[in-house]
Design a protein around this ligand. Structure first.
Ligand code: HEC
Ligand code: HEC
Ligand code: HEC
Ligand code: HEC
Ligand code: HEC
Ligand code: HEC
Length: 271
């Protein structure tokens, strides 16, 4: 059976996949697999280039190292789809979206006030950080280097090349799930049940879906009720829909490990 899967099913699906949208490119170039540091970096350009600024590159790897997905996508209201959140410069000044953290205190702001940096260094000019966010197509010297960062973390096969779950379990990643002044205290919901998902094609190894592992990053609200109902098996979906960015594919392939990593989901033989 295993052989059947790898010799017959896999090539067929791969053909479907390669023809489909699996290699969805962050920057819309020719289809190629993104490099580890590019994976999960979102290009934001609702208005930037039309207003004479370079587009914004938002790196997930650096932010998911410190914060849960839930914090940004629920409490701060970022959409789960590129360029669906209309962000303006003014929003940042008002502490919204990126501005909830990039306020010059938690993280660098649009500009440091004169005197904060450069104190004692001659004329005190405010330092602008526009380029650190508006970086697409520019040579920018970033504070954080992906490959230095990645060195200390357990390796994954695809995507960022990092096994994020192991990194979190080993305490190498400490996630904040609450932002003072933004998040609202909520009751913690625990849901420990692991679910078995049987693929419609029973030659495929079945999938074990772990609520516990997912809830660490995503809480409950990132999936329920928008992506999945809480009624067991209330919805049917196919692998193709996952590849197209729906259901599990709402995260896998974009920010969580890619769908080409078949065996990481299809783990258990069905026979
Ligand atoms: C912390 C990240 C960040 C920094 C720093 C930053 N921006 Fe932006 N800016 C954004 C994001 C995100 C958007 C929305 C991007 C889009 O969809 O085009 C944006 C949008 C803009 C826009 C277009 C929207 C509008 O309101 O007109 C302009 C112009 C702009 N920024 C100018 C600046 C300037 C000038 C600086 C430096 C003084 C700066 N930004 C610094 C993140 C940043
Ligand atoms: C610091 C905030 C932050 C964190 C933490 C964060 N995201 Fe995002 N995410 C964003 C922003 C900003 C966007 C772009 C939204 C937009 O353009 O409207 C985005 C976009 C996305 C998209 C759409 C990408 C695309 O190419 O269409 C997905 C999927 C996503 N995030 C999943 C996740 C997952 C899963 C996690 C946790 C592992 C996570 N995010 C953590 C801020 C965050
Ligand atoms: C929940 C808090 C939070 C939010 C929201 C957030 N950031 Fe950040 N961001 C951080 C922190 C903390 C750092 C690390 C700052 C440092 O290294 O000094 C950072 C670093 C960065 C860097 C790396 C800069 C470098 O030189 O390495 C970029 C780029 C960036 N953020 C862009 C954005 C953009 C664009 C948004 C909004 C779309 C955003 N961030 C939203 C907290 C946040
Ligand atoms: C990453 C996505 C994801 C997250 C996060 C998530 N769930 Fe689920 N949940 C699912 C999926 C997938 C199903 C199965 C739906 C189906 O069978 O159609 C499910 C089913 C359920 C069910 C019905 C299962 C049953 O046995 O009757 C409940 C109840 C539930 N989830 C509660 C929670 C709670 C509480 C949390 C937060 C602790 C949570 N979920 C977080 C994806 C998620
Ligand atoms: C809301 C975003 C989201 C959705 C939807 C989602 N996942 Fe995940 N999943 C993650 C994140 C984040 C991780 C952590 C690993 C990573 O980021 O690469 C993860 C990890 C996993 C793992 C790895 C477990 C391990 O022990 O290594 C499996 C398997 C998995 N997901 C299966 C699924 C399946 C099956 C579905 C659909 C029923 C699904 N996921 C839906 C975000 C999501
Ligand atoms: C993020 C988790 C995940 C990954 C990665 C994944 N699958 Fe699936 N797959 C699922 C889920 C969930 C289903 C259940 C859908 C159903 O059949 O009800 C499924 C169903 C299937 C089916 C059954 C028929 C169908 O179209 O639904 C096939 C065949 C399949 N997957 C092949 C693959 C192959 C080949 C790969 C690697 C290229 C892969 N899958 C990667 C989660 C995943």
């Amino acid at each position: 059976m295993k052989r059947f899967f790898w010799t017959l099913v896999l090539p067929v699906v791969l053909i479907l996949v390669v023809g489909g949208s699996v290699g969805a490119e962050p920057f819309g170039k020719k289809k190629r697999r993104p490099k580890p540091h590019e994976f999960g970096t979102v290009k934001l350009d609702n208005q930037s280039t039309s207003k004479g600024m370079a587009a914004v590159a938002f790196p997930h790897w650096l932010h998911r190292f410190r914060y849960t997905c839930r914090l940004c996508h629920v409490d701060l209201g970022f959409a789960m789809e590129a360029n669906q959140t209309e962000i303006t410069c003014e929003d940042l000044d008002n502490g919204l979206y990126c501005g909830a953290c990039h306020d010059g205190k938690r993280a660098f702001g649009k500009k440091d006030q004169a005197g904060e940096e450069g104190a004692g260094h001659g004329p005190e000019q405010p330092v602008e950080h526009c380029d650190q966010c508006h970086s697409v197509g520019k040579k920018v010297k970033f504070e954080n280097n992906f490959y230095t960062f990645k060195k200390g973390l357990p390796r994954g096969r695809l995507g960022n090349g990092i096994d994020w779950l192991k990194a979190e379990e080993a305490g190498l990643v400490t996630l904040e799930d609450f932002l003072e002044g933004v998040s609202i205290e909520r009751k913690k919901l625990d849901y420990a049940k692991e679910l078995e998902v049987l693929p419609k094609e029973l030659q495929m190894p079945k999938i074990l879906f772990s609520h516990v592992k997912h809830a660490v990053w995503s809480g409950c609200e990132l999936c329920h009720p928008d992506i999945f109902g809480v009624e067991r098996a209330s919805m049917t979906y196919s692998m193709q829909e996952i590849f197209n960015g729906k259901y599990c594919g709402a995260c896998h392939g974009k920010v969580a490990f890619p769908n080409e990593d078949c065996q990481r989901c299809h783990t258990e033989p069905t026979y």
